[in-house]
Design a protein around this ligand. Structure first.
Ligand code: FES
Length: 104
């Protein structure tokens, strides 16, 4: 279980308890986090799960996958801390993670 904070486009924040073994997009969708739609089901081909990872969490969330990198190449508003949260595995290692929803 990991506590994850999503900062939302309207300036508010939503904190969820995410289950280990799931990917972050699925847990965000399960908790109705606004701006995380997960349209492709988590195969890194839609970017409706685009988030900006707080800089202090970049190492813990790991590098982008090759598929993720390719998808982000054509995505609006990509920054160095952009991730597709369908590619971030939930674990104790990211307990406390903070992300900003990109709101594509
Ligand atoms: Fe489609 Fe993440 S859910 S890219």
């Amino acid at each position: 279980m990991a506590k994850i904070t999503f900062h939302l486009a309207d300036g508010s924040a939503q904190i969820i308890d995410a289950e280990d073994t799931e990917y972050l997009m699925q847990e965000a969708v399960n908790n109705s986090v606004p701006g995380i739609d997960g349209d492709c089901g988590g195969v890194a081909s839609c970017a409706t799960c685009h988030v900006y990872v707080a800089p202090e969490w970049l190492e813990a969330t790991g590098p982008r996958t090759d598929m993720e990198e390719a998808m982000l190449d054509g995505t609006f508003g990509v920054e160095s801390n952009s991730r597709l949260c369908c590619q971030i595995q939930v674990s104790d290692q990211i307990d406390g993670l903070v992300v900003q929803v990109a709101g594509t």
